[in-house]
Design a protein around this ligand. Structure first.
Ligand SMILES: [Zn+2]
Length: 481
């Protein structure tokens, strides 16, 4: 019989020890030999509302909207503009920019009473962070639509003559991200078309340096739609055999350039599906958050996770594709700021449910003023969590499957190491980052020299891996809605 199912019919019947006094317990039914673990009445099931709260995208969407509109944007009082640089030429845009830029990131802090440092970070890789230097030409695109299952249909973009192999290789940090034909030229940010409802986004699923191609999933198009003068982000249907469904494609007449779409990542547990240890102040309280333990309910347990015990625990795997991830309320708020809020979530509730949820949303948005004060007073933010957020947003793998210390790396993307001691060169790949655990020492791995280094050289100038930029410099990441 399967474990935990059905009644035990009185087997395993055991008398309680007479030496142990009966201690008072809270009211309720407790599973035991007498009641039978798993019998009806001995297990607490979440109520429908609780389950809904746990699962609902609508609630996250609604809370994100409240964050953005309801509190006068106090959540966004701290934004950092960051360039995350990679070794070898960055494939973005014009020559000048190849020399000086990297992945363009804007990080927003959200005050939170449940975060150990009173804030979560949302990293936004801004639209056009990766921008093709040449326009899309029909001759470079191949549509692969012969598979009987439309979900396997793809577009192959041959980038010969646009990029060299090293530049194309950098695009492995974009696998899982969406790309859209929403730029009229190669210059960031001026050539990005604002509120562009004519473009469509497809997810990058593969990069091949040997054939010089990038492959995109044709079957899950997303785009901006206009509803009553407001722009929303919407997932569209795909079926080449259904004439009622529009055939969405990139404009390939030489008028548009391909640009990376907005992509988001938040380090809160709802988005990360895990928690990182609070290494900055371990003495304060040794809670689970400080020294997280592996989650008993999770069967996926790679070597990387086992070795990370005490540093983080994870209870849900992060899908590599951004369009398959759950977005937390912080990301939903950031979507409003970027002009791409979802039109509506899939699980949009009925009117009566909505009344309850809207009441709850207004209750949740009212942050205790003490929480703000604590957030400002203790603004000593964990660099571990900060770098984790940026690294994921810049395209590094946080939770590699396989045993990376046995040189088994399932994905081609570079990864973030958090070891106390320097990882062996034989484990590492070009552009891996190593943040020495509990410190602010961030280094990147150079495959040519087989060493970690703290800076990224470009044309004789050395730049930091992460550069924090003020709002008014030309290279600063900008959000163009
Ligand atoms: Zn979040």
């Amino acid at each position: 019989m399967a474990k935990g199912l059905g009644s035990n019919l009185g087997r395993n019947f055991k008398l309680a020890s007479v030496k142990r006094p009966i201690t008072p317990r809270a009211k309720g039914l407790y599973p035991g030999a007498e009641t039978g673990a798993g019998e009806y009445g001995s297990v607490q099931f979440p109520t429908i509302v609780e389950q809904y709260n746990r699962e609902s995208d609508y609630k996250r969407w609604k809370l994100g909207q409240e964050y953005y509109f309801g509190k006068g944007r106090t959540w966004g009082d701290r934004q950092f503009n960051i360039l995350a640089r990679f070794l070898n030429a960055n494939p973005s845009s014009t020559t000048d920019e190849i020399e000086s830029t990297g992945s363009r990131e804007v990080v927003t802090l959200f005050p939170s009473s449940t975060s150990p440092e009173n804030a979560w970070y949302v990293a936004t890789r801004v639209r056009g962070s990766f921008l093709f230097p040449q326009p899309i030409q029909a001759s470079a695109l191949t549509y692969n639509q012969s598979d009987p299952d439309p979900s396997n249909h793809t577009i192959t973009y041959n980038v010969t003559g646009i990029y060299n192999a090293q530049q194309l290789g950098i695009y492995t940090v974009c696998i899982g991200d969406q790309f859209e034909d929403s730029a009229i030229g190669p210059s960031f940010p001026d050539d990005l078309v604002r509120r562009d409802t004519d473009s469509v986004a497809f997810t990058l699923i593969a990069v091949s340096v040997s054939s010089m191609t990038m492959t995109f999933d044709l079957s899950k198009p997303h785009r901006r739609v206009n509803r009553n003068g407001h722009i929303y982000w919407k997932k569209e249907k795909y079926d080449p055999d259904d004439a009622t469904i529009p055939d969405l494609k990139w404009k390939d007449d030489g008028t548009k350039h391909l640009a990376s779409s907005f992509s988001f990542f938040c380090c809160c547990p709802d988005c990360l599906g895990g928690a990182v240890a609070n290494l900055d102040k371990p003495e304060r309280k040794a809670t689970l958050e400080t020294f997280p333990l592996p989650n008993a309910n999770r069967s996926v347990n790679s070597a990387w996770e086992r070795e990370g015990v005490g540093y983080y625990r994870q209870w849900r795997s992060l899908p590599n594709r951004k369009d398959q991830r759950r977005e937390c309320k912080h990301i939903h708020a950031q979507r409003w700021a970027c002009g791409v809020p979802w039109l509506e979530p899939d699980d949009y509730p009925t009117a009566s449910e909505r009344d309850v949820l809207e009441f709850m949303a207004s209750a949740e948005k009212a942050l205790d003023p003490r929480e703000y004060l604590e957030y400002f007073a203790n603004r000593r933010l964990s660099f571990d969590r900060f770098v984790l957020t940026i690294a994921e947003s810049a395209g590094l793998t946080l939770f590699p499957g396989g045993d990376v210390r046995d040189n088994i790396r399932p994905s081609n993307a570079p990864m973030l190491w958090n070891d106390r001691d320097e990882p062996l060169a034989s484990w590492c790949r070009n552009n891996d980052w190593w943040l020495e655990r509990g410190t602010q020492k961030l280094q990147c791995f150079n495959a040519t020299t087989q060493q970690f280094q703290a800076t990224v050289p470009k044309s004789g100038v050395t730049y930091p891996i992460l550069e924090f930029l003020p709002d008014d410099v030309p290279t600063t990441p900008k959000i163009v809605p």
